[in-house]
Design a protein around this ligand. Structure first.
Ligand code: PMV
Length: 341
């Protein structure tokens, strides 16, 4: 039995979306996300002596050999092997597990590449970062970005900023930074994920990003993403739920509007997505409570609200979404990645 390292990395949900990129996962505009806690990937990396030349890496997802993802991990390993000595010095077995059901339709690449990067970085430089967790996470964020852009934001909690923005100090295209001035009301935000449809996506995020090249509204969207990054940082600092709701819902709809107005237009929302959105907006108007939705590049609906009104919102969702959603996953802001072994 070789040495084992285990890392847990949470998923994140963007409030200001990243949509459109340049080579090497460099974002076309800056984004801000909320890091979750219950939706995570755990990666166990087992190291042993090498038996042959080249990268020796076996990958298991939920105890099974998953050829598709294994190929993506191997391509990733090849692209970062010069920065992570463990990749060429040891034989590796990676066991990856998600906390959420495989069939839920929740994108797992952010938490997966997050956890893999943390484990590989830790194994490559044992002891180097013991007194500097921030540097370690920044480096892990850089490496995770190469695997999956949005993964870089999972390193920090409760909110992260990614993408060079001239109005945000220390922001970078290459790694995420934590948003540090967060009002207490935004340190504890609930995210109830309504699973409307869990069939595999017909259009990958990479395809969506590529359609932003030459998109008729690309320039306006990138300017808006940068502007909204600055706005949301201010909203999170001041604790303004009203403005948070307005900006969050608008940015989710803008993301989908970009898909619908591209050269190859497509729709990811389902009838259930719209029904759920209407019910959430109705609840907000009727009861005057702070609740809103956001969307990923898919049909599922993330319902965001302050933790103080959790009981009220959960009761509402459990009773009013029957027949519209298959499953509800109750998540919330978390504390970021954790080393388990
Ligand atoms: O990181 P990718 O390539 O899976 O793209 C993520 C895109 C969105 O989830 C739609 C937005 C975002 O900022 O996370």
């Amino acid at each position: 039995m070789g040495k084992k390292i285990v890392w847990r990395c949470p998923s994140n949900i963007a409030i200001v979306k990243y949509w459109g990129k340049r080579q090497n996962q460099i974002p076309a505009s800056s984004s801000v996300s909320m890091t979750l806690t219950e939706s995570y990937t755990e990666v166990e990396l087992e190291l042993s002596e090498k038996t042959k030349d080249g990268i020796e890496l076996e990958y298991f997802f939920e105890d099974e050999k998953n050829e598709g993802f294994a190929k993506r991990i191997l391509d990733y390993a090849n692209s970062v092997k010069n920065q992570l000595p463990v990749l060429t010095e040891s034989r590796m077995v990676i066991q990856s597990r998600n906390s959420f059901p495989h069939s839920a339709g929740i994108a797992s690449s952010a938490s997966s590449f997050g956890a893999i990067s943390l484990a590989l970085l830790d194994a490559s430089f044992p002891g180097k970062y013991v007194n500097d967790r921030y540097e370690f996470l920044k480096r892990a964020s850089f490496l995770a970005r190469i695997g999956s852009g949005s993964a870089c934001r999972s390193m920090f909690a409760p909110f992260s900023i990614w993408g060079k923005n001239k109005l945000v100090r220390e922001s970078s295209d290459e790694y995420a930074i934590p948003d540090v001035d967060i009002h207490p009301t935004f340190r504890d935000v609930c995210d109830s994920i309504l699973i409307v449809d869990s069939t595999p996506k017909k259009f990958s995020s990479s395809f969506g990003h590529s359609l932003m090249r030459g998109h008729p509204y690309a320039r306006q969207r990138f300017e808006q993403g940068n502007r909204r990054t600055v706005e949301i940082i201010d909203i999170l600092e001041r604790g303004d739920w009203e403005k948070f709701i307005h900006l969050t819902e608008s940015d989710a709809l803008t993301l989908h509007a970009m898909m619908m107005t591209s050269e190859s237009p497509y729709l990811l929302m389902k009838p259930g997505t719209l029904l759920a959105i209407e019910k959430i907006q109705h609840l907000r108007k009727e009861k005057g409570i702070s609740v809103c939705f956001t969307l990923d590049a898919g049909p599922n609906v993330h319902v965001l609200y302050p933790s103080e009104i959790k009981d009220q919102v959960v009761t509402f969702l459990e009773s009013s979404m029957t027949g519209i959603v298959n499953q509800i996953i109750h998540d919330k802001t978390g504390k970021g990645p954790e080393k388990l072994r």
